[in-house]
Structure formats: C-alpha cells, structure tokens
Design a protein around this ligand. Structure first.
Ligand code: PEP
Ligand code: MN
Length: 286
C-alpha cells in the first residue's frame, strides 16, 4: 500500500465537497432508501432524514440485485429525483455505479460515486472511478480481507483520485441469523493502516432493522467517520431491503443516542447543531 498506507500521508485524508467534510473529525450521516422508487418518495425521505441531521442522501438507481428478476432500479430517472431532492434540502447525494461506462452518467447527478461490495474487485471499474474527479465510497467486498480492501482503494488512488472513503458493510461468515457479520474491529484496525476515512453501514452489515441502531452506536464508539443507513418513510413497503430499513422516527432516536456517545468519545455529528437536531426530533414526534 504505497498511497493509501498510513506512512505515505501523515495527516488523515479529509474529503471536502462544497460546504461539507468527510473525515475531518465529525461524524457524517448518510441516509436514504435502498433504492430510489419515485420522485415523491425521494422528497419525503430527504426531508425526514435531513431533519434528523443527515447531510448526504443515499439511494440506488442502478441496483446490483442477487436475482435478475428483482427490481433493477430506475436508472437515470431515479438519479434526477435524488438530485432534485438533495438540492431542495441542501444535501449531498451518493449512488452506486456498476460499470465503467456508467461513470459519466452517474457523476452528472451525484456528489459521491459508490462502489458496491460485489464490485470491490472489479478492477476496470476501480480504474474508471480512479480517473474521475468525484469522491468515491468503496464498500468492502463480501469476503475481502483488509489487505484486499486497501489494495482496491489503492487502485483508485493510484489512478489519480485521492478522495476515497472506505465503508465496512459486513462480511460473509458461517452465521445465518444475520445477513452479514458487521466487522466493527475493521474501523480501528483500518485506521491504524490507512489515512483514508472509514464509515460503517449497519443496514447491510446486519440485515436486521432492530440492530441498526445498536451497531450505529458501536460505529461511533470506535470513532468511525460516519454511517450510511437505509431509511424509508414506510419501511415495510420498501421495494428493496425492507427488513433492514429503519423509519425516520428510528433514525431520530438513533441520532439522540449518537449525541450521547459523541459526548463520551468527543465527536459531533457533521453539519448539524444540537439545537437543530433537538427541534427536528420534536417535529417528528408531533
Ligand atoms: C447499497 O448500499 O445499496 C448496497 C447494494 O450495498 P452493498 O454493496 O454493501 O451490498
Ligand atoms: Mn440495500
């Protein structure tokens, strides 16, 4: 690891996108549905998650579904909805890109390109996003070691793009009662090995709605740089990944808990003030 290794760059990488920072010491909240379903859905979710303090809207438009018969995403139309919703609520947005040919299209609409777990070692895709100017969120592969994960990031950085965020999203183990095994130790271990920011995905990391909050707390306790969480205004009706999707109310309660953990580990939630979060919680309660 020549470029992503801790030794190559003494200070930690901070990714700056407009007025937001990832990896600058505050905890970034990315939230939104698994998949973009409609214009109205994106606007109502963007409103709800931004009230909770999320500064980056997530949503898949090109979905890597295990079955070819499952919903594959709205494509460009979905990206348009997400961009409009993000702009309305002063958020950044992130979406997955699945092939090198799609990079120019996806980056026309989003602020951060997401490389999904299944594509962590798609080397032509890594090279393509490495030539892009957009920041990249790289998800850990389902069975990737830390070394393989970091070498995948090295592909992107060595192609000229230094703005890479790592994402621990659970790995496949012998466990069958959760979707994946969220490797929380990956955060402090990778922080010893690399200067890149690292966030946690407790949604895909567990596949279980009731465990998303507790794992989010764990992520902050180990000083991750943030979270990416699946949220839907009607979680059970989510077209994709309903069982791991939380409601805005659950997100709001999660943020309250994160504030308390933040006090203990000396971390604040990025881009929010205590006052704004408190008033949004009241609004959601009413
Ligand atoms: C996603 O975040 O939309 C996703 C498909 O996650 P992963 O690549 O981690 O499975
Ligand atoms: Mn999902």
């Amino acid at each position: 690891m020549i470029l992503v290794g801790k030794n190559s760059n003494k200070s930690n990488t901070i990714i700056r996108i407009r007025d937001k920072e990832i990896g600058g010491g505050a905890f970034t909240l990315m939230a939104g549905p698994c998949t973009i379903e409609s214009r109205q859905q994106m606007f109502s979710i963007a409103k709800a998650v931004s009230q909770c303090g999320a500064t980056i809207l997530r949503g898949g438009a090109f979905k890597p579904r295990t079955s070819p018969y499952d919903f594959q995403g709205l494509g460009e139309e979905g990206l348009q909805y997400m961009r409009e919703a993000a702009d309305k609520y002063h958020m950044l947005c992130i979406s997955e890109v699945m092939s090198p040919e799609e990079v120019p299209l996806v980056e026309q609409y989003v602020d951060i390109l997401q490389i999904g777990a299944r594509n962590m070692q798609n080397f032509s895709l890594l090279k393509a996003v490495g030539k892009s100017k957009s920041p990249v969120l790289l998800k850990r592969g389902l069975c990737a070691t830390y070394k393989e994960f970091l070498l995948a990031a090295e592909y992107i950085v060595s192609c000229g793009n230094p703005n890479v965020i790592l994402c621990e999203r659970g790995i496949r183990t012998f466990e069958t009662m959760s979707r994946n095994t969220l490797d929380i130790a990956a955060v402090p271990i990778l922080k010893e090995l690399t200067h890149l920011p690292i966030i946690v995905d407790p949604s895909h990391g567990t596949g279980l709605r009731s465990i998303v909050g507790p794992m989010a707390f764990a992520a902050m306790a180990v000083k991750a740089d943030g979270l990416i969480v699946e949220v839907h205004t009607d979680p059970d009706k989510s077209i994709c990944d309903a069982q791991q999707t939380i409601s805005p109310q659950m997100l709001s309660e999660m943020v309250e808990g994160l504030q308390k953990i933040g006090n203990a580990v000396n971390m604040t939630i990025a881009g929010t003030t205590t006052q704004r979060r408190n008033s949004s919680h009241e609004k959601l309660q009413n």
